[in-house]
Design a protein around this ligand. Structure first.
Ligand SMILES: [Zn+2]
Length: 266
């Protein structure tokens, strides 16, 4: 297991640089989770019959069913976490965390499906000329986020703490589906200029192909509640990422018709 003390300092630095911090909430493998063990089923009571398609609802746009997965279940790949939507329960921790076998500045731990997609995305970026990438920050547990946030509250007060760090339970990094990406060698780490690096430009244009979303775009800060973070990507699965790309919708809040979340309720 990772010793939390070893990542606390870089984590605090990262949060400091990334004013506003980041949110996190995990989603479950309702669609893409592993379903087959590869072993034959002796009783054949478990079939491979595809899950029946749910009946159309008013939330269906075209042939995309916006109700296919939960946006509130922390285990759902579509869970939406922002300053008005904490994880429920707030102390949620994913059960399928794995070490991501990629270059990293800090320990790289994500949910397994998101981890596999990240490996593919980094490889594709390098193969397509974007250059090498590495992980700057991935999963942050509730206790780690609480420690960091409370540290800011103690030293600067809550108002300033809220500008520097996400509150525990409100960070997308707690889902195990969010990742902060930087370049190799390190340049513009956790800075807006990352968006102008070859890696940042490639990610902005291609992350959807791997099920990732640039979660905090420059022109949507009043909706997401976070400043432009060209380094922060959230795994939402390829079907939803593709639909957002196709429709030109930048945020989960807009796509699902949720209220803007510029700040905490209290
Ligand atoms: Zn982040």
């Amino acid at each position: 297991m990772v010793n939390p003390r070893r990542i606390l300092v870089p984590l605090a630095l990262a949060l400091m640089v990334a004013a506003g911090g980041t949110a996190c909430a995990p989603v479950r493998s309702a669609i893409a989770g592993p379903t087959s063990s590869g072993a034959p089923s002796p009783s054949a009571t478990v079939t491979s019959t595809p899950t029946p398609t749910p009946p159309p609802t008013s939330t269906t746009t075209g042939d995309f069913d916006k109700a296919a997965l939960s946006t509130t279940d922390p285990t759902s790949y579509w869970v939406i976490v922002n300053k008005l939507r904490p994880l429920s329960p707030v102390s949620y921790a994913p059960s399928d965390l794995v070490t991501v076998p990629v270059a990293h500045d800090n320990p790289a731990v994500m949910r397994s499906t998101a981890a596999a997609a990240l490996v593919q995305m980094f490889a594709a970026g390098a193969a397509e000329g974007a250059g090498e990438m590495q992980v700057q920050s991935t999963y942050r547990s509730y206790p780690v986020q609480r420690r960091v946030y409370n540290g800011w509250v103690s030293s600067r007060g809550q108002a300033q703490a809220d500008k520097q760090s996400a509150r525990p339970g409100f960070s997308e990094h707690q889902t195990g589906l969010a990742v902060d990406i930087s370049t190799v060698p390190l340049k513009c780490a956790l800075g807006a200029c990352f968006g102008t690096t070859p890696q940042g430009e490639w990610l902005a244009a291609n992350a959807w192909r791997f099920g990732y979303l640039l979660r905090y775009p420059a022109d949507k800060t009043t909706i997401t509640g976070y400043e432009y973070e060209p380094w922060h990507f959230r795994y939402i699965g390829i079907p939803l990422a593709t639909e957002l790309h196709k429709e030109g919708v930048e945020t989960l809040e807009e796509f699902f018709g949720l209220p803007a979340a510029p700040d905490y309720a209290h």
